[in-house]
Structure formats: structure tokens, C-alpha cells
Design a protein around this ligand. Structure first.
Ligand code: NAP
Length: 385
């Protein structure tokens, strides 16, 4: 009886708070009764700083709607790691990077401790891995994720590299030790390609996938069509903060290939490795080819394509000319888009416009909330009343 009474009281409090009729005191009560998710942030660059800004702005909404609050008990950047069992203030971390300082200047810094071993120095539930991608070895991100999963933590990735190197191993570690993995931010930032495939199209089988997965190259192609040179377009993309200082990875098609690999591993029976994807970038494309396509009512796009032929996947990234008025032909500039065919849902197409990386930070947050709800469900402790 008491259990039900308490349940009804908490439910009434939550409903009151949702309608915002009980004011600040109620919200404070809810924040106190929330499940605190002890979280470690790897990387304090664009993505995780955007995440901290959203967490700061929406803490009450996250608590009201999902019953959780994220307590940042550990952080790391290229200078090292720092821990704080009671939680770093979001604003303290934002201010640190506003002042161009590093984690080694925080209280709680762990001198001489390699970032990879942070899981030995703090107890946590969740790791958010948004460090720089190391596409030669998987880098520190892969080593940290392995260690976190072995501790039973869940891991959310913005960094693609660990998944490209060790997709199966990371999933096995999560299964063995009871954590969850989420990585929707690694593919097209805010466009929920992975989530839609895994959650909304479940039980269907992919027949064909075609996508523009790299906004920088799509922007460059647009600018070439408008008469700019490739160097000018790259410079502008860099000025806007969207292209890397070295855009080779984007321009040569490898970023699109990595995303296609993650899509294939997460939704199909593809058993290949990244080297099974044929990759041709836009570096050898002549402006005359783009202008000729325009005359013919077509556009050249850098497409990631996967097609199933007699049970075998043919996967590639290459420039392809498509009708200007087709779905992919109308994904311009900073837009990314995918169209897919499955056996049960026929054709589905979706696109986003994302010049601002905040969409990627928001994708990390949605994954973090999903992971908390999944973990709570599995342990029989729902966050929400
Ligand atoms: N930006 C986007 O729109 C976007 C979209 C999808 C995916 N991603 C991926 O998400 C990840 C983060 O992107 P970002 O734009 O936030 O990058 P960023 O601004 O360059 O930040 C990278 C962060 O990683 C830290 N770092 C570098 N090496 C490290 C190491 N060994 N151990 C711990 N931390 C290390 C850097 O430290 P310092 O601060 O000391 O330099 C920095 O804080 C990348 O893998 C990127 O490919 C980004």
C-alpha cells in the first residue's frame, strides 16, 4: 500500500512539474530525486562543449522528461585526465575551454596518468567518447572505450574511429560486461540514420542504400557548380569551421566510407572490413564534368552506395551523376541525405541541413538518454515513473 502511495505522490509531483505549476522548488525536488548518471567526457572540443551547453540549458527538461541528470565525474583532453566524484560544474568546463586552457589545469587533474586509464580512477556509468579520430589505429578513443566497457560502463561515440577498427569487439565487450553502445552521432551528425535503421526499420532487410554522407564534399561540389575553384570552396568551408584543416579525408571519400561501414555493420549481415569498400573521392573530378552534367539536367554527388547482389554486398563511395530533380540531386550544400529500400518498408528518404555542429552534440545527448533508458530497463529500474 505504501509503495503505491509513494508512487502516486511522485507521479503527482512529476506531473505538476511538467505543467510547471509547482515552480522552482518542485523542479529542485525532481533534480534531487533524479537518477544521477555518472559520466566521463573524453574530448572537450566542438562536440562535447556543444553537449555541455545543451546540458546546461536543458537540465530541468532532461530531468522532467527522462528522469536523469548527467554528473560529469571525469574529463579528458590531449593534456590528460581529471576526475571529480561529486561532478564538475558544466560552466566550469565551458569556461576552461573559453579561456583556451586544458584539463591539466583543472582541480582533480591526474598527473602522469595516461588518459587511457581514466576508468581506473573514477566510478562511472557512462563514457562519452568525442576525441579526435585516429584512423590509423583507432587511437586513444578505442583504448579508453575498451577499458570503460570492461568496467560495465555504457559508451556513446561521436568518434567513428573506434567503431571502424573494432565494431564487433566493442559490441562483444558491451554484451559480456552488461553495458550499452550508441553511436548515432558518428553518421551524418544529427540525421538519425542509425537510429531509424535499428529502431524504426527493425525486422526489415536492406536491399539498397544510397547516401550523401559528407557535407563538406557536397558543399564543395555545389560551389564548383557555381563557378568557384576547389581551393576557394575548401577555404570557405574551413572558414565556416566545417572542414578540417586537412580536408583530404573528406575529399578523398574516406569519411563517407567510414560512415557507410558503420551503417552496414549496424543494420546488415555485412561481414567485410573497411578495406572491402571501394573508395573514389572527388579529387580527380574536373569542373568541366560538373558543368556538362548541369547541361544534361544532372548533378554529380559523392555517393555512398550499398547494393545486395545474389546475397553479396557491393559497397562503394564514388562520384555519381544523378538527376537534378531526384531526391539526392536536391540535397545541396550543407545538406546530407540518404535513400534506402528495404523489403518491408519499400523506399524511405531523409535529409538534414547541418552547417552547425550543435546537431552532432544533440545526437550525442539523445544517445546518452537512450542508453540510460535501455540500461534502466534492463536492470528493472525505470528512470521514469
Ligand atoms: N564536429 C562535428 O561536427 C563532428 C560530427 C560527427 C563526428 N565528429 C567526431 O567527433 C569527434 C570530436 O569532434 P570535435 O569536432 O569535437 O573535435 P575537436 O574540436 O577537434 O576536439 C577533439 C577533442 O579531443 C581531444 N583529444 C585529442 N587527443 C586526445 C587524446 N589522446 N585523449 C583525450 N582527448 C584527446 C582534444 O584535446 P585538446 O582540447 O587538448 O585539443 C579535443 O578536446 C571526432 O572524432 C570527430 O571526427 C565530429
Amino acid at each position: 500500500m505504501d509503495v503505491w502511495k509513494n508512487f502516486l505522490i511522485i507521479k503527482a509531483v512529476l506531473l505538476g512539474a511538467r505543467r510547471d505549476t509547482w515552480g522552482t522548488a518542485t523542479r529542485r525536488f525532481i533534480l534531487m530525486t533524479m537518477k544521477k548518471i555518472k559520466t566521463v567526457l573524453i574530448g572537450l572540443g566542438t562536440v562535447n562543449l556543444g553537449l555541455l551547453r545543451i546540458l546546461k540549458a536543458k537540465a530541468t527538461q532532461i530531468a522532467n522528461d527522462h528522469g536523469v541528470s548527467f554528473i560529469i565525474v571525469g574529463v579528458a583532453d590531449s593534456s590528460g585526465a581529471a576526475v571529480n566524484a561529486t561532478g564538475f560544474d558544466y560552466e566550469e568546463l565551458l569556461e576552461l575551454k573559453r579561456l583556451k586552457m586544458q584539463v591539466c589545469e583543472l582541480n582533480g587533474y591526474l598527473p602522469k596518468v595516461p588518459v587511457e586509464t581514466i576508468a581506473e580512477y573514477v566510478s562511472a556509468d557512462l563514457l562519452i567518447e568525442s576525441s579526435s579520430a585516429n584512423l590509423s589505429t583507432g587511437g586513444a578513443g578505442l583504448r579508453i572505450a575498451r577499458a570503460a566497457l570492461k568496467k560495465g560502463w555504457s559508451v556513446v561515440f561521436a568518434n567513428k574511429a573506434p567503431l571502424v577498427f573494432a565494431y564487433d569487439e566493442l559490441h562483444q565487450l558491451a554484451n559480456t560486461h552488461g553495458g550499452s553502445l550508441a553511436f548515432s552521432a558518428t553518421v551524418c551528425g544529427g540525421l538519425p540514420v542509425i537510429n531509424i535503421l535499428q529502431r524504426d526499420l527493425k525486422m526489415s532487410t536492406l536491399r539498397r542504400f544510397r547516401g550523401i554522407l559528407n557535407a563538406t564534399t557536397n558543399y564543395i561540389l555545389n560551389e564548383l557548380e557555381n563557378g568557384r575553384s576547389s581551393a576557394e570552396a575548401i577555404k570557405e568551408a574551413q572558414r565556416l569551421g566545417a572542414a578540417e584543416a586537412d580536408p583530404t579525408h573528406d575529399v578523398h571519400g574516406h569519411d563517407s566510407a567510414n560512415k557507410l561501414f558503420i551503417i552496414m555493420k549496424s543494420f546488415t549481415n555485412f561481414t567485410g572490413t573497411i578495406s572491402d569498400i571501394t573508395v573514389e573521392g572527388i579529387q580527380h573530378l574536373e569542373v568541366s564534368e560538373i558543368l556538362q552534367a548541369k547541361v544534361e539536367g544532372k548533378k554529380i554527388k559523392l555517393l555512398a552506395v550499398a547494393e545486395s547482389e545474389s546475397g553479396q554486398w557491393k559497397v562503394s563511395v564514388k562520384p555519381v551523376s544523378v538527376p537534378s530533380d531526384s531526391f539526392l540531386g536536391t540535397c545541396n550544400g550543407w545538406e546530407m541525405g540518404v535513400e534506402l529500400k528495404t523489403d518491408l518498408y519499400e523506399s524511405i528518404a531523409m535529409k538534414n541541413y547541418e552547417a552547425d555542429p550543435i546537431g552532432t552534440s544533440a545526437a550525442v545527448l539523445r544517445d546518452a538518454i537512450d542508453v540510460c533508458e535501455r540500461d534502466a530497463y534492463r536492470s528493472g529500474r525505470p528512470n521514469k515513473n
